[in-house]
Ligand binder design. Structure first.
Ligand SMILES: NC(=O)C1=CN([C@@H]2O[C@H](COP(=O)(O)OP(=O)(O)OC[C@H]3O[C@@H](n4cnc5c(N)ncnc54)[C@H](OP(=O)(O)O)[C@@H]3O)[C@@H](O)[C@H]2O)C=CC1
Ligand SMILES: Cc1cn([C@H]2C[C@H](O)[C@@H](COP(=O)(O)OP(=O)(O)O[C@H]3O[C@@H](C)C(=O)[C@@H](O)[C@H]3O)O2)c(=O)[nH]c1=O
Length: 288
C-alpha cells in the first residue's frame, strides 16, 4: 500500500516541532515539513504547486500569526496568514481529493460563558487574532470538504516562544510578578496536541470542528504558580491581578475552557491532566 504524503506547514513553530518529533515514531507516512522559507502559505500559487508536485494527501496547518497583541496593529498580515492562507491550502488539497487539519483557538470565543464551550456554541471573537482565526476556520471548511478544525488553547512546548518559557525567565529575573487571575482556561502541551493529531491521521478524517486542550481548568495566575512550583522557583512572589491591572492591546476571553467530549468520543483520545503534562515539559526544559 502506498504511504500517504503529509504536509506540515509552520513546522518551525511549537506544534510543528512537536509534530516533527512524533513523526520519528510514526513511520507509516511520508512527511514534508515546511516553514515560511520552504513554503509561504500566503502565496496561493506556491501552495497549489507544492501540494500538486509532492502529491500531498493531507495538510496539517501549524502556521499562524500568533502574536495576539501585535496582531491588533498588523491586521493585514495577520488576516493573510490566519484567514486567507487556510483557504489556499483547502482549495489546493481539495483539488487532490485530500484532507486538511486546520488548528484554531479558544480565542474565537468572547469568554462570556461559565461552562465549558462545546463546538456548537456561538463564536464571538474579541480580538484581531481571534477574528482572523475564526475566518480561517470558515475558509478551510468552505473550500475543503474533508476538513478537521481543532480548536486548542494556551499552547506551550519546549520549542518556540510561550507563556511557560516567559514565566521561567521572569521567575529567575524578578522578585515579584503580577499575573491575571480572572482569565480562566486550560493550558495545552503541544506534544499532547501533536499526539491527538496523529490519532486523527491514523483513525481517519471525520470532518468537523473539535476542541482539544489538556484536562482541568486554571487561571494564568494558577498556571504561573504551578510553573514555579514544578521548577522549584521560590525567589519570585506571584501576585494575582485583575485584567484591568495588566493593560494589553488585545482583549482576551475571561473564560475559554473547551469541552473535549466530541474528540474523545470520535477518536478515543486520552487526554492528560494539565499539571501532569506541564511537569513533563518543565522537567524537559530544566534538563535540556
Ligand atoms: N500559541 C498558542 O498559545 C496557541 C496556538 N494556537 C494555534 O495553534 C497553531 C500552532 O501554534 P504555535 O505552534 O504556537 O505557533 P508558532 O507561532 O509557534 O508557529 C507558527 C509557525 O508558522 C510560521 N509562519 C509564519 N508565517 C508563515 C508563512 N507565511 N508560511 C508558513 N509558515 C509561516 C512561523 O514562522 P516565524 O516564527 O518565522 O513567523 C512559525 O514557525 C496555530 O494555528 C495557532 O493559531 C491555538 C491556541 C493557542
Ligand atoms: C507575561 C504576563 C502575562 N500576563 C497575562 C497577559 C494575558 O492576559 C495572559 C496570557 O499571556 P500571553 O499574552 O503570553 O498569552 P496570549 O498570547 O494571550 O496566549 C494566547 O495565545 C494565542 C496564540 C492563543 O491562541 C491562546 O489560546 C492563548 O494561548 O497573562 C500577566 O498577567 N502577567 C505577565 O507577566
Amino acid at each position: 500500500m502506498n504511504m500517504k504524503n503529509v504536509l506540515i506547514t509552520g513546522a518551525n513553530g511549537q506544534l510543528g516541532n512537536e509534530m516533527r518529533l512524533l513523526a520519528e515514531k510514526n513511520t507509516g507516512y511520508h512527511y514534508y515539513f515546511t516553514d515560511v522559507a520552504e513554503l509561504d502559505i500566503c502565496d496561493e500559487k506556491a501552495v497549489a504547486a507544492y501540494i500538486e508536485e509532492h502529491l500531498i494527501d493531507i495538510v496539517v496547518n501549524c502556521a499562524a500569526y500568533t502574536a495576539v497583541d501585535k496582531a491588533e496593529d498588523n491586521v493585514e498580515l495577520c488576516d493573510r496568514l490566519n484567514h486567507l492562507a487556510p483557504g489556499y491550502l483547502a482549495k489546493a488539497i481539495q483539488s487532490r481529493g485530500g484532507a486538511l487539519i486546520q488548528v484554531s483557538t479558544d480565542y474565537v470565543f468572547d469568554g462570556s460563558a461559565h461552562v465549558p464551550y462545546g463546538e456548537g456554541q456561538p463564536t464571538c471573537p474579541d480580538s484581531v487574532y481571534g477574528s482572523t482565526k475564526l475566518a480561517g476556520e470558515q475558509e478551510a471548511l468552505k473550500y475543503c470538504s474533508s476538513t478537521v478544525i481543532i480548536r486548542t488553547a494556551w499552547l506551550y512546548s519546549a520549542f518556540g516562544n510561550n507563556f511557560v518559557k516567559t514565566m521561567l525567565r521572569l521567575g529567575k529575573e524578578r522578585e515579584s510578578l503580577g499575573v491575571v487571575f480572572d482569565q480562566v482556561g486550560t493550558p495545552t502541551y503541544a506534544r499532547d496536541l501533536a499526539a491527538a493529531i496523529f490519532t486523527i491521521l491514523d483513525k481517519g478524517i471525520v470532518p468537523g470542528v473539535y476542541h482539544f486542550s489538556n484536562e482541568g481548568v486554571c487561571s494564568w495566575y494558577d498556571f504561573t504558580k504551578m510553573i514555579f512550583r514544578l521548577a522549584g522557583i521560590t525567589s519570585c512572589q506571584v501576585k494575582p491581578l485583575h485584567t484591568c491591572e495588566y493593560p494589553a492591546k488585545a482583549n482576551r476571553p475571561h473564560y475559554s475552557v473547551l469541552d473535549k467530549t466530541l474528540i474523545k468520543e470520535t477518536y478515543g483520545v486520552e487526554i492528560p491532566y494539565w499539571v501532569d503534562s506541564l511537569q513533563e515539559c518543565v522537567q524537559k526544559l530544566l534538563t535540556d
